[in-house]
Unconditional design. Structure first.
Length: 651
């Protein structure tokens, strides 16, 4: 009997295409296939097998090839794609593409022996509060829990004990971390516990490696999946637990279609499978904190540091009274810590040497030709670089506008800080980690290991040094500029800055009660900074939630952001106006329509950008309006509409 397959492709068209399956090809639901599509050959997913072809006077094209001998997507993941397409307003093919592994060869997997010697980890005794946390979670047969614990309070060990219990019941675990850089230390601990039954999934793997790890999970060879955001789609058998470590991190939100949030996808999978959802952070997202207060999430607190550490003393320095990049207090502390045999971490969430080139004569600023942002000067490359599209240009010695020689740079990044440290402390070993120095997947771990051994005196970096790293020798953390990011035109700017300050401060004094933190700022009276540096977290969340309530922002109201972009400015403005009119007619008084207006970053990579916000306290109304209008809206040629449900950034 001749058979047919319904195939979905990674295109913004929400329909399946039917192909004939030639004799000799073995195709099943969930397999990747290659098929002709117009003048192209596309890879798609077979989602349904049919005994009869479509009715009509036309010839059905044949599949060219079936890539997989066994399906790579389970029935659960196929159903999850339907939910994602509905929720995030994309096509089912786009949703499937987000979760499908790349690569085809099976021979090359992840060498787990690189992560751990199983005998290196002895039994770990839990503190009383950790024991209570494990017992509370184990006694629940489902639901959502949040471990809110200070940095160094032992959240990872609680995660591991709960995972051990779930694994003992024959069920599977998915463990998410926000960054690839944090995968190593989690895998190390879990390999010591579960051996070869661990699979690693993240974008740093080759296609063949990722495919091999995927197959380990599909076959049940591994029942623990560890990885960054996309590991939420791990094809585990009988899901029993999802852990979201450092839940507050914005990297759990995808920046590409479909713009899913791993927390929402994890919650959906847990509900479908009757599994536990366990999140944790020292600084919960405001959304999660609100759900803890309103009963949607059970909060479990871990209030003290283990391993003999204590929360560090935090001192704020008013840089209006200082000269140069470093305060006298910070410089003195670096010397004192080094003399005492300790190490320092310096944090600045801005890379490069200087971030603004200007002419003192005419006021000219050197901006990206394709984006509405200033170019950042990178001295080590002798390049002016755009951090949004990658455009680069040579630095100039005269003003391109007026020919003046009176030019200069202002602002500073990690590269400038590194140079200044070398001048001030030539006897110390300084190492910088940011996306300029960590270009390859294997670059970061050797640096961190050297710092852990004590071979590096000062570790300087961007937010890479703020996340989940545990270094016993760190006695001092210096936040070079706490003001970076506070003034961004985004309602989450203060929340993100607060979290970064608390998180990076937590790197000090984890093993001994001798840690100190120095926070440099030009705004010492800022209320958020005062709360972050005096440990008044609950007060910060209460005030932030009240501000959000008054301003009608999440978590009290839901948002859908529509970004209209294209290279033709006139068409973009016209299309955004037409789209807003259609939304207004459809939504009526059931929701608020904000815009269209230019995005704060109006031009990126040569594309002009306008955005529209749909806001309402009833998500269904907002969502239905957006779906209905977008289903029929036709943008002019060269203009595209990006859909972001529950955006985490409005830039």
């Amino acid at each position: 009997m001749h058979r047919y397959a319904e195939v979905l492709f990674n295109i913004p068209v929400d329909r399946a295409f039917v192909y004939s399956v030639p004799d000799g090809l073995h195709c099943r639901e969930g397999c990747r296939v290659v098929a002709p599509f117009g003048r192209r050959r596309l890879t798609g997913i077979a989602v349904c097998m049919l005994d009869e072809g479509p009715v009509g006077d036309f010839q059905t094209k044949d599949l060219e090839r079936v890539i997989d001998s066994t399906p790579v997507l389970t029935p659960e993941l196929l159903r999850l794609a339907d939910w994602m397409a509905e929720t995030y307003i994309c096509s089912r093919g786009e949703a499937l593409h987000a979760m499908t592994p790349t690569g085809r060869r099976e021979s090359e997997g992840v060498d787990l022996s690189l992560y751990s010697d199983r005998d290196a980890w002895g039994p770990v005794s839990l503190a009383e509060e950790q024991e209570r946390a494990v017992e509370t979670i184990r006694n629940a047969r489902g639901g959502t829990f949040y471990l809110q614990g200070v940095t160094g309070s032992g959240k990872t060990e609680v995660f591991l004990r709960v995972a051990r219990a779930v694994h003992g019941e024959g069920r599977s675990i998915v463990y998410l971390v926000p960054e690839i850089s944090l995968v190593h230390q989690v895998v190390e601990r879990f390999v010591a516990e579960f051996g070869e039954g661990v699979a690693v999934l993240h974008s740093g793997l080759t296609g063949a490696q990722r495919y091999r790890e995927w197959l380990k999970l599909l076959t049940g060879e591994a029942r623990v999946a560890i990885g960054a955001r996309s590991a939420v789609f791990a094809p585990v058998l009988d899901l029993g637990l999802v852990v979201i470590d450092e839940e507050h991190e914005g990297s759990y939100k995808s920046g590409y279609t479909p713009r899913y949030h791993a927390r929402q996808v994890a919650a959906r999978r847990c509900r479908t499978n009757g599994a536990l959802l366990l999140m944790g952070s020292a600084t919960p997202s405001t959304d999660a904190y609100y759900r803890m207060q309103t009963g949607g999430v059970t909060r479990i607190q871990l209030p003290r540091r283990l391993s003999g550490g204590a929360l560090p003393d935090i001192e704020m320095v008013d840089m209006r009274r200082e000269k140069g990049l470093f305060s006298r207090r910070l410089l003195r502390s670096i010397r004192e810590v080094h003399q005492a045999g300790g190490q320092s971490i310096l944090f600045l969430n801005r890379r490069g040497f200087a971030y603004l080139f200007f002419c003192r004569s005419c006021g000219y600023e050197m901006k990206c030709k394709r984006c509405s942002v200033s170019l950042t000067y990178h001295r080590d490359k002798e390049q002016m670089i755009c951090h949004y599209c990658g455009y680069s240009a040579k630095p100039v010695s005269v003003c391109p506008e007026c020919g003046s020689l009176d030019i200069g740079y202002s602002g500073f990044g990690t590269e400038r800080i590194e140079e200044e440290l070398g001048r001030l402390f030539p006897e110390l070993v300084v190492n910088r980690i940011d996306t300029d120095t960590v270009r390859k997947k294997h670059d970061l771990e050797p640096t961190l290991e050297s710092f852990r051994r004590g071979d590096i005196d000062i570790l300087l970096g961007t937010q890479m040094v703020a996340k989940g790293l545990n270094f016993p020798g760190v006695k001092l953390v210096g936040i070079v500029s706490a003001d970076v990011g506070m003034q961004l035109p985004d309602f989450r700017a203060l929340e993100r800055t607060f979290s970064l300050i608390v998180q990076v401060s937590g790197r000090a004094g984890r093993m001994r009660p001798d840690g100190r933190v120095i926070v440099q700022t030009f705004k010492p009276d800022n209320a958020m900074l005062e709360k972050a540096t005096t440990g008044r977290q609950e007060e910060f969340y209460r005030d932030e939630l009240e501000t959000r309530r008054l301003l009608r922002f999440p978590p009290f109201f839901r948002l859908i952001r529509l970004v209209v972009r294209g290279r033709n400015r006139r068409r973009v403005f016209a299309a955004s106006g037409d789209l807003a009119d259609a939304l207004g007619r459809e939504g009526g008084n059931a929701l608020e329509l904000l815009g269209p207006v230019e995005c704060p970053l109006f031009v990126i990579a040569g594309n002009f950008r306008c955005h529209i916000l749909l806001r309402g306290d009833k998500f269904r109304r907002v969502h239905t309006t957006a779906r209905t209008v977008l289903r029929s809206f036709r943008a002019p040629p060269g203009v595209y509409v990006e859909v972001d449900v529950d955006p985490v950034s409005l830039l």
